[in-house]
Design a protein around this ligand. Sequence first.
Ligand code: F6R
Length: 254
Amino acid sequence: MEVVIKNTYEEMSALAAALIADVVRRKPNCVLGLATGSTPVGTYKELIRLHKNEGLDFSKVTTFNLDEYVGLPPEHDQSYHYFMWDNLFKSINANPSKVHVPQGMAPDITAFCQWYEDEIKKAGGVDLQLLGIGGNGHIAFNEPGSSLGSRTRVKTLDDRTIADNARFFKKKSDVPRYAITMGIGTIMDARQLVLLANKETKADAISATVEGPITAMVPATIVQLHPKATIIVDKAASKKLTHEYPAEPRVLRR
Ligand code: F6R
């Protein structure tokens, strides 16, 4: 696992986009795992810029999103389906038949979760998985206490996650209680992980993830075991790290 500290959110986002673009250029039919939330918005902006200015081609890329709220239809403006089209897919040449976001309205959620796992396998597995991190150390919606070997399934959201995400809804009680989420085992199967964190509100979670012991109580700590993981943070999110870390990843220094 490699940790990279950037001065700003924009620099963090540019580096994340460069790592993703590198995979897309080397393997045009790659499989990307994507995240929602406020953290990756800058990365998606930069990918859009690379598409428009440098012709970065997404037409053969398959994508799988990490999670979706149960009970929100795709057209709901807080659904992750809507988020992905609004923040990325509509502005690049994404092929709609290659884009996958869990279906929060699936009539049989258990069957849907198995189908999602099977589709990821059929696509050849995820080449690069982009991740944010919750203030409580969650990745996707694998809340503290989630099995470190878990697969795609429904999870109940923690009170902290509901409080954190209430900013996107009119009121806290509008935040869905359940989400479909890739499991920690599903995420760890990706060939490369890129985890992003910015702002001081993530400093404790990043400190535990990078320098703490591996524990299901901080699900992101599992990333320590991944053979090719890069954690990119801005200065504010790095505030509680005690070791020295570089400003560039090895992968772009080759
Ligand atoms: C979203 C996801 C979540 C977020 C996390 C941080 O797809 O998987 O784990 O990455 O909750 O959210 P933000 O970026 O809004 O702080």
